[in-house]
Design a protein around this ligand. Sequence first.
Ligand code: DOR
Ligand code: ZN
Length: 357
Amino acid sequence: MLKLPGLIDPHVHVREPGQTHKEDWDTVTQAALAGGVTMILAMPNTKPPIFNASTLDLALDSAKRKARCDYAQFLGAGPDNADAAAALAPRAAGLKMYLDSTFGELRLDDMTLWMPHFQKFPKDYPIVLHSESRTMAAGILFAALYDRPVHIAHVSLKEEILLIKAAKERGVKVTCEVCPHHLFLPSPPSPLPPGEGRRGEGRLTVRPRLATQQDVDALWDNLDVIDCFATDHAPHTLAEKDSDNPPPGFPGLETLLPLLLTAVALRRLTLDDLIQKCVINPRKIFNLPEQPETWVEVDETAEYEIRAADQFTRCGWTPFEGWKIKGKVRKVVLRGRTAFEDGKVLAEQGYGRNVRL
Ligand code: DOR
Ligand code: ZN
């Protein structure tokens, strides 16, 4: 049995408030614990989005009642909330800025709307950028101009990881995360056939898109540039994914650690890489407290297939259905109490703590 520290996932879409048919604070934290994740940072693109004191309270009230693992909640950057967001910074995981098209209402198209956030948000709390390709280059320029740390969410392209590498080498305060789906799922050859192909298409829809094998290889070739692994757990129901207008996003909390452990077994990754990128670096970047008496027991030798039917997420599917993997979470201890064991979540609703209190 292998013992690991509790994992931190800095990128989770909880869906509460507003879309609890997809997920809520109860089911998402069950999924987290089942995946060996003991702390999640929640994204603000809920309904309503989290962008001021009253919406922050709305999310945190639900979390307080229902969360089974530890958490903090991001604020979203809007066109006119820079003062409010800066004032709320100590109560939040950080500020999330959507610089590219995404699911939900938070989006800042015009660079004049970025400026007040970069000016005002305290430098000891991270700004996380949803930014792709050239928008990412603009975001990194902002980090340099305003001399403040930014964290780039879900890097997926070769040009992006190379740009971040170059920026780090020149001392720009930039860190980044990569999602398992961008490491393990290259885009399928297109176009997909009609009929069943459409269904497959919806289930492969995610932002940023799945990238080419060359992009995937570039991520693996630049592991040392990747600060964190993050799931971007973005649950939508199977009916939604198979509809004519499928929303982007994959669930990921329950497959993160098994996929990474399989990569360790295949010697694509070391256990030390895994701990650095899933525990040590996110703690440092997001200024998170240590969780005392918290660990994950893993059976490294267990071989099995990923099944949506075994998962706790409410969305009811996984893009990794049927994948053969090696490494199973047996037990999770969170702050001295067994929170998950042998397939059962034991931590009650409300056991999770807001780490920003
Ligand atoms: O695939 C995605 N899903 N990308 C995003 O940026 C948002 C997310 C969601 O909330 O569903
Ligand atoms: Zn996201």
